[in-house]
Design a protein around this ligand. Structure first.
Ligand code: MG
Length: 254
């Protein structure tokens, strides 16, 4: 099953996506909703980021293929991204004028469906509503250059640094998915299979929920694989996860 959040005739709604159509639902997918007869062809609506999260958690260094010379982390390494960075499929990633190197990071994003506190690894998937695609856009000089910032507040949190979408899929197997990033239509080395995860999806949810209550609509960027690519103005970056779709965003300079 797939859900979209969209703008049609000046109104924001959630809907179920089926056969190229989106059928409006009576509330959010996190509540007890009903599917209405109010339907639009997908190309007639403007897709929005598929969720308005309360919290955006992200995981660093969670794929063996992304470590390079760095040692594998001994624990789940979480950080926060702020709301201002979230943009929808199709919206521009804006490179700040003084940021230096900015990279894409294609990721599977977990969408929490019900309140999770101290959940076990065994039960963690019961708290997942679905999955979408994220791009954890990262300004490398601010993140880990010689004059790096004390925190990742702008390296990972500048406006537009969190593309999300295009839709939520409930049918992704968190133990068997692939990610492929393309820049200008060319496949990059930012790709993975879920078997390369250091901490699997249930472990990530269980560890975060020990310390931070996760609420419906909260999201977790679960980590990027392989080698990321530097973005240039004029690029188009696509993150593909079969079963969800393609998250496509043009890159522009400030
Ligand atoms: Mg990342």
């Amino acid at each position: 099953m797939q859900f979209a959040r969209y703008l049609a005739h000046g109104e924001i709604a959630y809907g179920v996506v089926e056969d190229g159509m989106v059928k409006q639902i009576t509330t959010t997918p996190f509540e007890d909703y009903q599917v209405t007869d109010h339907a639009h062809p997908l190309e007639h609506v403007q897709l929005l980021a598929p969720v308005v999260p309360g919290k955006v958690v992200a995981i660093a260094l969670n794929y063996s293929t992304h470590l390079g010379e760095r040692p594998a982390p001994k624990r789940v390494e979480g950080f926060y991204k702020p709301h201002n960075c979230i943009i929808a499929d199709g919206e521009n990633i804006v490179l700040p004028a003084d940021a230096g190197r900015v990279d894409e990071e294609g990721e599977l994003v977990i969408i929490i469906g019900k309140t999770a506190k101290n959940v076990s690894k065994e039960n963690a998937l019961d708290y997942v509503m679905g999955y979408t695609i994220g791009n954890d856009v990262s300004a490398r000089d601010w993140q880990n250059g010689p004059e790096k910032d004390m925190q990742w507040w702008r390296a990972k949190g500048a406006d537009t640094f969190g593309p999300l979408g295009p839709v939520i899929s409930t049918d992704i197997d968190p133990f068997d998915f692939t990610i492929q990033v393309l820049v200008n239509g060319e496949k990059t080395a930012n790709k993975a299979h879920s078997k390369d995860l250091i901490f699997d999806i249930p472990t990530v949810i269980a560890e975060i929920s020990k310390y931070v209550t996760l609420d419906p609509g909260d999201i977790i960027y679960s980590g990027t694989p392989g080698q990321t690519s530097q973005l240039q103005p004029g690029d188009v970056v696509e993150v593909e996860i079969p079963g969800i779709g393609v998250l496509r965003n043009p890159v522009v300079s400030e």
